[in-house]
Design a protein around this ligand. Structure first.
Ligand code: ARG
Length: 635
């Protein structure tokens, strides 16, 4: 449905012929591809330039007032002729009676093209309503071989969130969670086989210390009830004990006392010994550690599900085997990547890489004198193990830009080891800081605290409008979802790399480009549908040629851009690409309400307008879900 409306209008332009000529084009899921193909053909006829050269340089515009497409004539690189003159000439020769486009306008060497509203509405609205959740998805992008779908999908591993057990879930983890989940959804919608991995910080001497704390002060019941909270409290307590102990030993040392015995029995030393048992795979201590880990994961899962996130795998630093690390150490020495210095194993990038890059990467330790491995060592083995397990075509690490150096070092070592092909498949997606994030109950501890705080604030904002508040069926649950939308939209509003200031007041506002505004826009579309109370048959039989107003055309034009927007997002990998589109689209819809009333209009008009708004609802919902939001139907 839908697209055949266009094929009947343009003789001789079949879907197969389009995809054959332009392999990236899929008009059956992206109608603008049909428009581009037709436009390239018409312009080819006028200019004599091959349509395959024209097609890829037809660009989007920055706003509907500038047309739907723009062509920069110089991009065609025609020798010996002035682009301005060509643009004018071609515009003049453009057929007046073209079925899909108005006559182009020009500005210097640029030609602007405007879609005719009628054919667009007739084809696009049924298409969107028919594709539903699929509209904007593109199953072709992820194919190993687009010409041979039987070869299957490409696979991507997205590692994100990756908090540290028994430590606070900070803003860096929050951003990684939001951005990572979005990227995973994006690739999934583009036909990739996506593996979501959470790489927990759950290993190191500090977890030996935590186990000691549990032996001393642990409480089985408290652990079961809220493992994340209980372990965190134990961790804080034992750490302050350890600090006090260290200070006291230092003081006694200064007084000239013999502290050998004190040091040998210190918490620090006990933790070291305990952790040694962990790395030696002592069954008793591992069993205990697994209980902590499993209980924590269970709690994490509950929280992630509030954000519509489910990981395929909870990996973590503890899952990297000592054997693998011992092996890689040998391999690195044999390949002259590392050297032993004073008992420790180092990688000296300044020797491995000439010039600036080597200096930038510096020198790093991968094995301490006592034989313990480090964060980087574990990442090296984990990366290779992931490749063994998943044979990924691509892997993304969603980690704060504070770890830029770490990931550069990691990828460089993998390349130096001779796994250039694997290193080239890895990508670090980084992001800036969140400034001023603290909850009202103090500094941020866990994801739950952040979400609860936003929900509380949201609840108060909602209460300010008593009339509306009284109508909300389940205010607590609604405030929860709105609160989550607030944080997420604020986080995704700017470019990833920018820092931003956490602003509870601004993000929970219904005005401006906020999460609650998007939710409002969506629930308003849902409410129109409820109130119009038309049947599916009504909507299917709507006469869409009744949508003659400029406001209607503008909404449909915005809706037609959704598949292109998703496609472009795969290039930018920026959530803001989607968000900017959704706000523009919602603004177009909202400014049409006064002009295109549904309830109260004559039946046929009501049907056509409702079909239009229904298509808008679908696109908004698809976009929100891609971002990881839960679109509300009413509040
Ligand atoms: N747990 C780490 C932290 O909180 C982030 C892990 C990032 N991923 C990785 N493969 N190193 O800093």
């Amino acid at each position: 449905t839908g697209i055949d409306q266009l094929t009947t209008l343009v003789n001789g332009l079949s879907l197969d012929s389009i995809t054959e000529k332009h392999p990236q084009a899929h008009p059956e899921i992206n109608p603008l591809d049909f428009y581009r193909a037709h436009l390239s053909n018409v312009l080819a006829g006028i200019s004599g330039v091959d349509s395959q050269i024209i097609f890829p340089v037809i660009n989007w515009t920055t706003g509907l007032d500038k047309g739907d497409f723009v062509l920069a004539v110089p991009a065609l690189r025609i020798k010996g002729q002035k682009p301005d003159a060509l643009a004018t000439k071609w515009a003049e020769e453009f057929p007046t009676e073209d079925p899909l486009f108005d006559k182009p306008t020009t500005s210097g060497p640029f030609m602007s093209f405007f879609l005719k509203g009628g054919p667009l509405s007739n084809s696009l609205i049924p298409m969107i309503r028919n594709l539903g959740e699929e509209y904007g998805r593109n199953r072709f992008n992820g194919l190993k071989d687009p010409k041979d779908p039987k070869q299957g999908k490409k696979r991507i591993v997205v590692e994100f969130s990756s908090p540290n057990v028994a430590k606070p879930f900070h803003a860096g983890h929050l951003r990684s969670t939001i951005i990572g989940s979005f990227l995973a959804n994006l690739y999934e919608g583009s036909g990739w086989d996506v593996v979501r991995i959470n790489y927990l910080g759950d290993w190191g001497k500090q977890y030996g210390l935590l186990a000691l704390a549990y032996e001393k002060y642990g409480n089985e019941e408290a652990l079961q009830k809220d493992p994340i909270d209980h372990l965190f409290k134990l961790y804080v307590q034992i750490n302050s004990e350890m600090t006090a102990e260290k200070e006291s030993i230092e003081a006694q040392k200064k007084e000239g006392k013999d502290v050998t015995e004190l040091e040998a029995n210190s918490l620090d030393e006990q933790a070291r010994r305990y952790f040694k048992r962990m790395t030696d795979r002592d069954e008793d201590v591992l069993k205990q550690w697994k209980i902590f880990r499993d209980l924590s994961i269970k709690r994490y899962k509950e929280t992630y599900s509030r954000l519509n996130i489910a990981f395929d795998k909870y990996s973590g630093e503890s899952q990297v085997s000592e054997d693998a690390m011992a092996k890689i150490a040998v391999e690195m020495e044999e390949k002259n990547i590392s050297r032993v210095d004073n008992g420790a194993t180092l990688v000296d990038f300044t020797k491995l890489l000439p010039g600036k890059e080597g200096k930038r990467l510096g020198v790093t330790v991968i094995r301490k004198r006592d034989g313990t491995a480090l964060y980087l060592t574990r990442d090296i083995c984990e990366l290779l193990a992931r490749y063994e397990e998943y044979k990924f075509d691509h892997m993304i690490y969603v980690v704060a830009s504070a770890q830029d150096l770490h990931l550069k070092q990691l990828f460089e070592i993998i390349g130096q080891l001779g796994y250039k092909d694997i290193a080239n498949r890895c990508q670090h997606i980084n992001f800036g800081l969140v400034l001023g994030m603290s909850t009202r109950k103090g500094t941020v501890k866990f994801l739950d605290d952040i979400l609860r705080d936003c929900a509380d604030h949201m609840h108060e904002t909602m209460k300010k409008n008593q009339d509306k508040y009284a109508q909300v069926e389940n205010p607590i649950a609604t405030a929860d979802i709105l609160g989550i939308s607030s944080v997420m939209v604020q986080d995704m509003s700017g470019k990833r790399i920018n820092n931003y200031t956490f602003n509870m007041e601004a993000m929970t506002s219904f005005e401006g480009d906020t999460g609650p505004y998007l939710q409002y826009a969506h629930s308003r579309l849902c409410s129109i549908k409820r109130r119009a109370n038309l049947t599916e048959e009504d909507l299917l039989s709507a006469d869409l040629s009744l949508l003659t107003e400029q406001h209607a055309t503008n909404v449909v034009r915005m809706l037609s851009q959704w598949p292109d927007t998703v496609q472009n997002t795969l290039k930018t990998l920026e959530p803001t690409t989607v968000l900017t589109y959704l706000f523009k689209m919602s603004h177009a819809v909202s400014s049409s309400y006064d002009h295109l009333q549904v309830v109260g209009s004559e039946k046929e008009l009501m049907k056509a307008r409702m079909a239009l708004y229904d298509a808008a609802r679908i696109v908004l919902s698809n976009g929100m879900k891609l971002l990881g939001l839960t679109p509300l139907e009413r509040y």
